[in-house]
Design a protein around this ligand. Sequence first.
Ligand SMILES: C[S@@+](CC[C@H](N)C(=O)[O-])C[C@H]1O[C@@H](n2cnc3c(N)ncnc32)[C@H](O)[C@@H]1O
Length: 330
Amino acid sequence: MGRSSKDKRDVYYRRAKEEGWRARSAYKLLQINEDFDIFTGVSRVVDLCAAPGSWSQVLAKSLRGPPDSPTDAKIVAVDLQAMAPIHGVVQLQGDITKKSTAEGIISHFEGEQADLVVCDGAPDVTGLHDIDEYIQAQLLLAALNITTHVLKKGGTFVAKIFRGKDVTLLYSQLKIFFPDVSVFKPRSSRNSSIEAFVVCQGYKPPEGYVPNMSNPLLDQQYDLDLNSLEGPNRVIVPFLACGDLSGFDSDMTYPLQLEGASGYSYHPPTQAPINPPYKDACVLKKTDQLAKPSSSQQHQPSLSCEATEPQAADSSTQEATHQLDALTIQ
Ligand SMILES: C[S@@+](CC[C@H](N)C(=O)[O-])C[C@H]1O[C@@H](n2cnc3c(N)ncnc32)[C@H](O)[C@@H]1O
């Protein structure tokens, strides 16, 4: 694959590099904000599962402005992986399922709570769709649970979901904490992916609810009858496609020379992730030592991971391509 072929295939990937975003995911948060105005009046934000940091970049730019501008906006970014520094963003390396991570976040807000929590978390996909959906749901519930520790009443929670068959249960759980829950699909998120985002507004925990990280996954009975509820009992949340409809379509291939734009030149990735879990697989790929997919594996549809390369087949390759809209994999 030539250096420019992914640029051609994925206009958001290319624009991210041109505009200095660490990942193409930046456009998802920007498009969410275009429709839901989630940044207005916000001064304390938590970015869960933040590496390599494009959402943190968007938050820093939108809430803090240029590096030398006076601001009291605080952004705390958390990820299992280390991230290169971003001006104005406090970074914590930690697991969002751990109580110590919630405590670390709160300590950076000097005891105050956050106005907004965003989570773009994604586990390494296995390719087994039911398992991947289940694990993604668990990560969302972990994010929701940590959110109940750090979000102020009335605050907003935004998180990635997979719209699989059991998604109604997730909506029900979110509705317990937020009166307004919507699901949206940014234009920069590929149609071929079942990824979408929930935007949950007006945080209002049930009377007497005490946040408790001892069961971070809120997963007493995943398969209870909620998924088969019908009629007025069924939880229906509004679904919206967001982002400017005249904007780029993430499933289209565009010419490198766009109409009306200045000449194309190749840009290297803005910031490679530090020590990513797929590092070894990248080395194997470069030296052509990765197992090649069999023909039956080749045509599996991508579950969610926008970075998933079509040749991903074995677990190490999937690690290599796992989640980051990977600006680093050429
Ligand atoms: C799609 S990436 C996030 C991209 C990021 N929003 C950006 O714009 O650069 C998903 C991230 O979720 C993180 N993650 C997965 N499980 C996690 C956990 N339990 N705790 C913290 N981070 C986690 C991964 O390490 C990965 O960096």
